[in-house]
Design a protein around this ligand. Structure first.
Ligand SMILES: CC(C)(COP(=O)(O)OP(=O)(O)OC[C@H]1O[C@@H](n2cnc3c(N)ncnc32)[C@H](O)[C@@H]1OP(=O)(O)O)[C@@H](O)C(=O)NCCC(=O)NCCS
Length: 189
């Protein structure tokens, strides 16, 4: 049974912040412990966003958003290079998370499918990037027909905060991310 998914509202944002704080500690996603996790979860340039909610207690256990691509950033340049598409035809899948206790029931798959369908309805090519430590996410993207096209490095050391845990890479805890870029299935003609 997947957890029910519905469009995100403003009143969900504190719960989204709590969820992202939990996944920072459980999965190093996001890799930096941000001061205002709800604001980071809210995102910028968001076109649509969804939450999965536990019917037992109403808590937000999953989240994803579809956002505009940011001009000239490293990922956008790779997405554009490979797809040949202008910025406004890309839809970025961001902040896909499912709480540890809700994982393995198909909710992540369903959140991603919801986002891809919304991107396609808008005529957008879904794209995304992810740090290379997130193996389960990579498997999910592959199953959904996404293709790994490139990578770039991102040093987040200057954003470190007390309590920040970093992530393990090459046997060391680091805040220097190796980020993988992916493109998703084309929208139907
Ligand atoms: C990636 C993530 C969102 C997946 O969420 P999820 O809800 O566990 O995803 P699913 O349940 O759809 O799939 C997870 C696994 O359960 C399996 N599964 C799905 N439905 C299932 C079911 N009904 N019964 C048994 N297994 C099932 C899937 O095949 C998958 O197996 P795999 O890990 O061997 O590939 C979650 O692990 C997460 O939040 N990770 C940390 C944050 C992260 O990496 N985010 C991506 C940012 S780019």
């Amino acid at each position: 049974m997947t957890f029910p998914i519905r469009p995100r509202t403003t009143s969900d944002l504190p719960g989204v912040g709590e969820l992202l704080t939990a996944t920072h500690h459980s999965h190093a996603y996001p890799v930096i412990l941000l001061e205002d996790m709800a604001a980071w979860g809210a995102g910028t340039g968001v076109l649509e966003a969804w939450v999965a909610v536990d019917p037992a207690d109403g808590r937000v256990v999953g989240h994803v958003s579809l956002a505009e691509a940011e001009p000239d950033d490293a990922a956008t340049l790779q997405w554009q290079d490979v797809t040949g598409l202008p910025l406004h035809q890309l839809g970025v899948v961001r902040r896909l998370v499912v709480h540890e206790r809700a994982q393995g029931h198909g909710t992540g798959t369903e959140l991603l499918a919801t986002t891809v369908a919304a991107a396609h309805r808008r005529g957008l090519r879904p794209v995304l990037d992810m740090a290379d430590n997130l193996a389960a996410a990579g498997r999910l993207y592959e199953r959904a027909g996404f293709e790994h096209i490139g990578a770039y490095d991102l040093d987040l050391t200057e954003y470190l905060r007390p309590g920040d845990e970093g992530y393990a890479r090459d046997g060391e805890i680091t805040h220097h991310l190796h980020v993988l870029t992916w493109i998703g299935p084309e929208p139907p003609a």
